[in-house]
Design a binder for this molecule. Sequence first.
Ligand code: TXA
Ligand code: MG
Length: 344
Amino acid sequence: MKTEILIIDRENINKAYIKKAADLIKEGALVAFPTETVYGLGADGLNNEASKKIFKAKGRPADNPLILHISHISMLDNLVEEISESHRKLFDLWPGPMTLIFKKSRLIPEAVTAGGDTVAIRFPSDEIARALISEANTPIAAPSANISGRPSPTKADDVYQDMDGIIPLIIDGGESNIGIESTVIDLSGESPTILRPGYYTYEFLKEILPDMRLDDSLVDSTKIPKSPGQKYKHYAPKANLRVFIGENVPDYLLDLAEEYKSQGKKVGILAFDEDKDKFASYPYISLGSRIDLSTMSHVLFSSLREMDRLKVDIILAEGVRENHLGKSIMNRMKKAAANDVNYI
Ligand code: TXA
Ligand code: MG
């Protein structure tokens, strides 16, 4: 299959391109598209056969359900059973990087829920994503558009690396702003529960719904996550990623890098701007400033993919404290590093 890439300018959306993509979705084909978090691999979310193609394209385990993307709150009514009045407060954060899980309606095909009785819904803020969903006139089922286990794609080129020859169309809308996936909140149980931390943090969400809690697995790593997707090894670059947290990490990384280098290994460094001069003799990608983690979330996945392009053997990275956005970032980093996270 030939994979076409159509570049769409968010400020001046090409309607013919959106129509072409929406027609493919309606025909049951897969289309990759940008969102504000990461790129999604979309299918008609009310078409079981189309949604099944997503699992094949990604090599995704069959027990891992998909998120349905909507372009208007009113689309919810047909998709979910009931919405509690207090939970509606969260709708103020839509459109945006938040996914809500409800009891599913009868309309939802089996492939989307992976056989479960709940459905995940997200209303993205990205204008291209919304134009596509509106034009297709159906909720679009979309996981991140990577091969399962690889870092999520934050630009069209990342999608192309994983999906070339597998899907007919990628919409190129430039870089995803946020860079890590949406916060997933389960509203189907006793109290609202964060299953996957994201841009909207626990501390922030608790101010909106005081009974908001974190899934047990996010507090105690020996507990099994409620969200199927959180069980799997994830986001792994080809190189070994090692993460270090604490005082004087940059000097520690430098010593370690010298040691690996003397063993003939090619080392890449992910560290903060404040220390970049130290790493002049290594492949280095900046995580932005230590005092504003939004750059770190924006570049995290793309920097892992870039280190693979540079063919490094080992990536040494500085990690951060696990609160606020740092909790969401470390959730991804730990998986990408297969838990090689060291407090020094
Ligand atoms: O930002 C995002 O959420 C991106 C963009 C494309 O919207 N999508 C995304 O999808 O990250 P995916 O499939 O890579 O991750 C969805 C996560 C998985 O961990 C999955 O297990 C969980 O949400 N999930 C989906 N439906 C669920 C459900 N009904 N119950 C529990 N977890 C669910
Ligand atoms: Mg994913």
